[in-house]
Ligand binder design. Structure first.
Ligand code: GRF
Length: 197
């Protein structure tokens, strides 16, 4: 089997997509290994999930940095490089990144977003899909570029919207699809880009 590519995951809260990627990385034939999990929020539940599985998981709290967003990201960047990460996966990372970080990880940073981009970048995607009367909803894994939720799409997953759906039921039904999507999209990305990463 060829060498696994070291990846790191950035989270802010629950970390269920992180856990899905962590589980995928456990498989011998998956092309990535998880070397670090970072959170800007020391209370993120995902940190404990990662630690329980023996993954180095660090909180780099953004609050002491105040307005110095780049300073916070430079601290994260240093930690990620120390860990040997080659690809970053954002998984519920709730801060908009500065040009410094986006540039530093250009073509090497993925994000998962709970809508069928380019529809509904930003927040409250499930409610916005309902308000628009959509019959189909979904999630997108995309490359991260300077515009929020704007980068090239790698893969998408779809679900049908039912007449009685709420933002809550949509979110609940979409989440397992997100997990499988992110696992597949990362595998596809690494496999397709293997020579350049
Ligand atoms: C997911 O819906 C993801 O698409 C969005 O934030 C949520 C994170 O959930 N970016 P979790 O922390 O992975 O459970």
């Amino acid at each position: 089997m060829r060498t696994k590519l070291p990846i790191a995951i950035l989270i802010s809260r629950r970390g269920s997509n992180m856990e899905a990627l962590l589980n995928a990385c456990d498989a011998p034939d998956y092309p990535a290994k998880l070397v670090a999990v970072l959170s800007n929020n020391p209370d993120a539940a995902g940190l404990d999930i990662a630690r329980a599985k023996g993954i180095p998981a660090h909180a780099i709290d953004h609050r002491p940095f105040g307005q110095d967003r780049e300073g916070h990201e430079r601290a994260m960047d240093e930690k990620l490089r120390q860990a040997g990460a080659r690809i970053i996966c954002l998984a519920g990372y709730m801060r908009v990144l500065t040009p410094f970080f986006v540039e530093a990880w250009s073509e090497r940073m993925l994000n998962i977003h709970p809508s069928l981009l380019p529809k509904y970048p930003g927040l409250h995607t499930h409610q916005r899909a309902l308000d628009a009367g959509d019959t189909v909803h979904g999630a997108t894994v995309h490359l991260v570029t300077p515009g929020v939720d704007e980068g090239p799409v790698i893969a998408q997953a779809r679900i049908n919207i039912r007449p009685d759906d709420t933002a809550e039921t949509l979110s609940r039904r979409l989440l397992p699809k997100e997990h499988a999507l992110y696992q597949d999209a990362l595998r596809q990305f690494i496999t397709n880009q293997a020579s350049g990463l």
